[in-house]
Design a protein around this ligand. Sequence first.
Ligand SMILES: NC(=O)C1=CN([C@@H]2O[C@H](COP(=O)(O)OP(=O)(O)OC[C@H]3O[C@@H](n4cnc5c(N)ncnc54)[C@H](O)[C@@H]3O)[C@@H](O)[C@H]2O)[C@@H](O)CC1
Ligand SMILES: [K+]
Length: 479
Amino acid sequence: MRTAYSVQTVRSAERALMARLPEGALMQRAAAGLAAACAELLGRVYGRRVVLLVGSGDNGGDALYAGARLARRGAGVTAVLLASPEKTHAGGLAALVAAGGRPVAGDRGADAVARADLVVDGIVGIGGRGGLRADAVPLADAVERARAAVVAVDLPSGVEAGSGEVRGRAVRADLTVTFGTHKPALLVDPAREYAGSVRLVDIGLRPKLPAEPELEALQHTDVAALLPRPGAASDKYRRGVVGIAAGSARYPGAAVLAVSGALRGGAGAVRYVGPAGDAVLARFPETLVSDRGPKEAGRVQAWVVGPGAGDDASAVGEVLGQDVPVLIDADGLRLADRAAVRARTAPTLLTPHAGEAAALLGVAREEVEAARLASARELADRYGATVLLKGSTTLVADPGGGPVRVNATGTGWLATAGSGDVLSGLAGSLLASGLTARDAGSVAAYLHGLAGRYAADGAPAGAHDVAAAIPDAWRDVLS
Ligand SMILES: NC(=O)C1=CN([C@@H]2O[C@H](COP(=O)(O)OP(=O)(O)OC[C@H]3O[C@@H](n4cnc5c(N)ncnc54)[C@H](O)[C@@H]3O)[C@@H](O)[C@H]2O)[C@@H](O)CC1
Ligand SMILES: [K+]
């Protein structure tokens, strides 16, 4: 499991660790890791031109000490100081000068950046607020124009460390070297896109961090441990039956696609109710098609409702009244009564994309995209339900707090019609197999993302290809 902690938690863990170490020891650990990553990226250090962008805080201190290490190995190091030398990290600046590095004032930074092989962004780290300040913006522009590789110190400067929001200009890095633990911005879009690849440097912080992180990203082994496996005594009913109430005369395909995901999600059987039974059977004869409403369709262990439902609210209402886990997607989100969702005692999983989440929250879509973490949490609390917010990094938030799951297996190719229907079927199937809403949502997002990669393999793929690739993703996780 990859984890990220809030800025406040990182600060208090750092304080606890620093109290037991000689002064400056933590910064030396950080700088050593940073310098090693820079050297690796450069290949050869001797004779290369390194430019440090140095803000007035400890983030700048890290950059200066790392720059001193590179200067001692023969790099030509220029430190662009955003603040006056008196307001710059004193120890770091002295170390850089002693190693032969050259400090210059901020207004000479753009020229230096243009000639650099490597730029180290130490403008601001976890102490930053509200995008880059005006004096740092021309440097960020110069960095974007430059051919140099860009390494961000702890975080790309300008992103909001704790939320992943980017409210203004921020530096775009090829690599971010972060210390002690990931910060939420390194896992959540849009900030994540600014970070490039991320390397975590161990500075000994882990024992001081609490058990519960702010964010969790599942890895293969975590997903493997959660996947349902049939035992010797399993039959189709014990493996779980998932009910799909989806599709309409206008959108029969949504039903077919939701069933296609559900059949690959581990439930023992898929039951379908709705007007698209013929289309479903034509494609998947193993489906149990019922011509009654959800209430009379027979037992299921979980329901999926909403994909392609159009404007028919009756199925949503019937499903919400049943005391089994329910996943609500697409049209169902609009049709579901919030009070009815809140009143449920069995788990509910809502799976909106940013536009649907915005409609439920009564804000603009752009606001949800800018503040994904806060939006997922807010929606979960308003509905008293688990929320899976789709996107290039999918988030899964439980109501009432606790770590939010973040999934990064997705690919841009998944942004294709019907792909969400497949995800809802898959997640519903996992719910029927007995996973919690949080686990079902995050495992489904993980498998769906991997399946998207297999299906696309560098070229466009349709939603039905994604569904067909789920078994490959499943095998990959277990191997
Ligand atoms: N505390 C610790 O034990 C450690 C801290 N480390 C480094 O220290 C950093 C945190 O240092 P600080 O608390 O000094 O804070 P930062 O260095 O992140 O930022 C504070 C400075 O940035 C300026 N600033 C704030 N917002 C800005 C903006 N929007 N645009 C431009 N400048 C802005 C402020 O004036 C302040 O001087 C971490 O990110 C990490 O790089 C590491 O050395 C590891 C150990
Ligand atoms: K930085």
